[in-house]
Design a protein around this ligand. Structure first.
Ligand SMILES: [Zn+2]
Length: 529
């Protein structure tokens, strides 16, 4: 007989309904077996864990993350906050302690203009002083200038007789030797010599395991990794499978890919820990670079309506090939033209071949129109929103699209109240993965500094309950798993969090500073503060 563990004296928001709560849960065999009173839970348990009135909610699910690139980004030596040569040297020295002598060190993102002691581009002497035993190259944030130390220059064969491919891309000191400052082609030549740190399956699995530990720390028990090869965002199913086989996979993953053949070959494979998911398509670009496809031109770039990767027929055909096989699709749409085209395509597919429950994913749906918002109410779609757009786009979105289109931008509150399912994803590593900042953004519609006051188009705010739904039960619905996870209820997988505050009663500004005290996946504690 398996052991039963009770968690008692807590404030447990089950998320079954708004306000539904209990004070205790019991877990056996990785599932909830009881939700109710502390006395009854304790009576049926072998172990009893008291939670001192702390808040408990279901584990969170990130429905859009580039997990492998995110994992790699966590390991990179970031130099973007460095403000002096001395600090640069200290950072390199510190980092080098964990790198075997003779190996490469790559640092990224420095800005010598911000250095308070010496604003010139760092020379090889600066780097040699900090790391004489490693091959070091650092890239300026602009990616046009690099600095290399003596060992890195030697490895690349850059000495006084070296003939650069492009003249002027190697700088020399008074002694006629290269001084370590390189630009463009010569800098990239050195960078290209570094071996791929994640070449083996072993290394990929290791770095992913570390990244998932970070996600557990933030409160995630699940994620939908998205492979997008044409924008250089790879994922490796074999690495996830390896973690799973070795009992090291501490999050439930629903794997999306733009590799149709891979998905077709493995359609429906997987279990509650690791599953093949949806087919990913890209219809347009983004608002930041004014490449999202718009019906009318950008307000700050008259004549430009963005770019489309498909014609209407091409898009419908690309979706049809998956839809006809019962494979879920998810299409990146940001501009209102792209949102309209995807809506057209979905209507066409349903007309031709009505399927009972396809849950077609519209990824981002950043700028809709009144017409699109009306039509999607009747369609079997799920919107994969990105809450942090409230933070990242706040300063310029109105310049791009103008006041008249603002009520249709990220219209999450309205969509939810129209009965459309909305989920939340981070799009990390491009954006921050922090779900508490995400919930705060959904609830306040402000950036992280509280701007604009009162929120942008406050009619589209979510309640805290709605925001948490987008990360829990609606996210579970997104992968057809609402029967096994997303709420706290007997029979469901025991994925839950203990928090340091009651996010349902604190001031909205305080939600973003929430700390997770404990993350439990299938009854097993995978993170504890
Ligand atoms: Zn993405």
């Amino acid at each position: 007989m398996e052991k039963t563990t009770a968690y008692v004296n807590a404030k447990i928001y089950t998320m079954e309904n708004d306000g539904a709560a209990c004070e205790a849960i019991a877990v056996r065999g990785g599932r909830f077996v009881y939700c109710g009173s502390s006395e009854e839970a304790a009576a049926m348990a072998d172990d009893v864990i008291g939670l001192q009135g702390k808040t408990v909610i279901p584990g969170l699910i990130d429905t859009h993350i580039h997990l492998f690139p995110y994992a790699c980004s966590l390991e990179r030596l970031l130099l973007d906050k460095v403000t002096s040569v001395k600090e640069l040297q200290d950072k390199l020295r510190e980092y080098a302690k964990n790198v075997p002598a003779g190996e490469w060190i790559y640092g990224f993102g420095f800005d010598n203009e911000r250095f308070t002691d010496d604003k010139s581009l760092p020379t090889k002497e600066v780097l040699d002083e900090a790391c004489p035993d490693h091959k070091v190259v650092i890239g300026r944030w602009c990616m046009h200038f690099f600095s290399a130390n003596s060992a890195a220059l030697a490895a690349a064969g850059i000495d006084r007789s070296f003939k650069p491919e492009v003249e002027g891309t190697v700088l020399y000191g008074a002694d006629g030797e290269p001084n370590g400052v390189l630009s463009d082609a010569s800098g990239l030549k050195v960078v290209s010599l570094m071996p791929d740190a994640y070449a083996t399956l072993e290394a990929k699995a290791d770095v992913l395991e570390k990244a998932i530990r970070e996600l557990n720390k933030k409160g995630f028990t699940g994620a939908h990794p998205v492979q997008a090869r044409h924008v250089n965002l790879p994922e490796y199913m074999a690495a996830y499978q390896k973690l799973k086989d070795e009992g090291r996979l501490n999050a439930r993953l629903y794997y999306a890919t733009d590799d149709f053949e891979e998905l077709k070959a493995h359609k429906g494979e997987g279990d509650e820990l690791l599953r093949y998911g949806y087919y990913k398509l890209f219809l347009d670009g983004g608002l930041g670079g004014r490449s999202a496809a718009m019906i009318a031109p950008y307000c700050d770039d008259p004549g430009n309506t963005g770019v489309l990767n498909y014609t209407q027929e091409g898009l419908t055909e690309a979706l049809r090939k998956a839809y006809s096989l019962g494979i879920q699709t998810g299409t990146h749409v940001i501009g209102d033209k792209a949102c309209e085209m995807l809506t057209n395509a979905v209507e066409t597919l349903l007309r031709e071949d009505p399927q009972p429950d396809p849950r077609i994913r519209m990824i981002h749906l950043e700028v809709a129109t009144e017409d699109v918002l009306q039509r999607i109410r009747e369609l079997p779609v799920v919107i994969d929103a990105e809450p942090l757009y409230m933070d990242t786009d706040a300063a310029w979105i109105e310049d791009r699209i103008g006041a008249a289109r603002m009520p249709y931008a990220n219209a999450w509150g309205r969509m939810l109240r129209d009965g459309v399912v909305v989920t939340s994803g981070s799009d990390a590593p491009g954006l921050d993965e922090d779900p508490w900042l995400g919930i705060y953004c959904c609830v306040t519609r402000c950036d992280k500094n509280g701007w604009p006051e009162g929120g942008s188009c406050p009619e589209n705010r979510m309640s805290v309950y709605e925001a948490v739904c987008t990360y829990t039960k609606y996210a579970a619905y997104d992968s057809f798993e609402e029967d096994i996870k997303g709420t706290i209820s007997p029979g469901k997988l025991a994925d839950f969090l203990v928090l340091d505050r009651d996010i349902f009663t604190v001031e909205p500004e305080a939600i973003k500073d929430t700390n997770v005290l404990k993350t439990v996946l299938g009854g097993k504690t995978v993170y504890e503060a």
